[in-house]
Write a protein that binds this ligand. Structure first.
Ligand code: 5GP
Length: 201
């Protein structure tokens, strides 16, 4: 369970898309949200865009692994796609905030978690990226800047911290983390049999 968190505009979406495009062993956990789609966003690909009632039904039915309020909307991780992917031996990428990460940390799956936090080079650059994206109203951007400070204050709850001054460097660092975490003994499930066979036991 590979978690990427960052304040909006730190480049997390670009990085996660690049990683997903090149690595067939990792699947994105598509979140449900009550926020309206931005131009270009596709239902079922970027998010499941749901009504407040539909979201509440998922909460009541225990269909979400975690959920949180972000910018006045609700966001949550549908449980069954994640459980199915993990059961099939696949890795799952989560683009969720610090609140969701804390909730995953409190589940039985905590030992499966690898938590990565992406920092922008500085706050002025973050504001520039949010303004350039130009999909949100100015007051929404101001709100996101305020929330960025709050999100950043949780960096200490993550296993790895990347500073995204250069997307390609950051992507390489992300690849290295994924590679190293996959090599951990506990994640190499066939290893005991492999070594037994090697030793003829
Ligand atoms: P955006 O509206 O920009 O797509 O996302 C806003 C924030 O919500 C981002 O920090 C993103 O990581 C977070 N987020 C997206 N999906 C989920 C989710 O399923 N759970 C939680 N806790 N946060 C999410």
């Amino acid at each position: 369970m590979f978690v990427l968190s960052s304040p909006s505009g730190a480049g997390k979406t670009t990085l996660s898309r690049a990683l997903l495009a090149e690595d067939s062993l990792i699947t994105l956990s598509v979140s449900a949200t009550t926020r309206p789609p931005r131009p270009g966003e596709i239902d079922g690909v970027d998010y499941y865009f749901v009504s407040t009632d539909q979201f509440q039904a998922m909460v009541d039915g225990d269909a979400l692994l975690e959920w949180a309020h972000v910018f006045g909307n609700r966001y949550g991780t549908p449980r069954s796609p994640v459980e199915n992917a993990l059961a099939a031996g696949r890795d799952v990428l989560f683009d969720i905030d610090w609140q969701g990460t804390q909730q995953l940390q409190q589940t039985d799956a905590a030992s499966d978690l690898v938590r990565v936090f992406i920092l922008p080079p500085d706050l002025a650059e973050l504001e520039r990226r949010l303004t350039m994206r130009n999909t949100d109203h100015p007051e929404v951007i101001a709100g996101r800047m305020a929330r960025a400070r709050d999100e950043i204050s949780h960096w200490g709850e993550y296993d790895y911290i990347l500073v995204n001054d250069d997307a390609e460097t950051c992507l390489n660092e992300l690849r290295s983390i994924l590679k190293a975490e996959r090599l951990r003994r506990k994640r190499q499930l066939g290893l005991a049999g492999f070594v037994r066979d090697m030793l003829g036991q």
